[in-house]
Design a binder for this molecule. Structure first.
Ligand code: SIN
Length: 193
């Protein structure tokens, strides 16, 4: 029997975290929609990267780019020694986390990460990761199957295809060649053709 699809809500767990308590400003590293959709105020925004993680379309979206009945697929981070994940860092105040926790509530938890900016300087900050033990974790599938699922899903934030295409465009602007994302994008464009 297949596991029933349940939505998961990480807001309370994130709210109770004491990471960077007392700090007036915190760096947030974004690697998915947080690169191309900054719907929160920030003090500064800088391209950055983190080590030992890769971006993967392995997380279900029940609340943004899909529904519980027809889930979309969005990115999370998977550990891979030596890998570098490029993204966008935002310097924000702690007040923004209520909105961010709501936005990332479908399985994502805040983790501390070290990030490197393009000038080589570094900072500690937070990143939202949906780990394998969350209810909405889907795991690996072929690029074609991921693209087919993305092509069929839409949610309150819009079509899942828009998420993928916006992410691919944002990564090109960052001069990041992410073969996982670009490979799925090629399949999607072929499916939509
Ligand atoms: C992120 O962008 O950093 C988290 C995943 C997402 O919201 O797409």
């Amino acid at each position: 029997m297949s596991r029933p699809i349940r939505s998961t809500d990480t807001q309370a767990r994130n709210r109770d975290m004491k990471l960077f308590d007392g700090h007036q400003q915190i760096w947030l590293f974004g690697y998915g929609s947080l690169i191309f959709k900054a719907d929160f105020p920030y003090i500064e925004r800088r391209p950055a990267s983190i080590r030992h993680w890769v971006r993967r379309f392995w997380q279900a979206s029940h609340d943004h780019r899909g529904t519980v009945e027809v889930p979309g697929r969005v990115v999370t981070l998977i550990q891979q020694p030596g890998a570098i994940c490029h993204g966008m860092a935002y310097l924000i105040t702690p007040e923004e986390f209520a909105h961010l926790d709501f936005r990332e509530k479908n399985g994502y938890l805040r983790f501390v990460t070290r990030m490197t900016f393009t000038d080589g300087s570094e900072a500690d900050g937070l990143v939202y990761i949906a780990t394998e033990d969350n209810e909405a974790f889907l795991g690996a599938a072929s690029e074609r199957d991921i693209a087919l699922q993305i092509a069929s899903a839409t949610g309150p934030s819009g079509p899942n295809s828009e998420y993928l295409l916006s992410l691919a465009e944002a990564l090109r602007e960052l001069a990041d060649h992410d073969e996982h994302v670009f490979g799925i994008e090629r399949h999607l464009l072929d499916i939509l053709d």
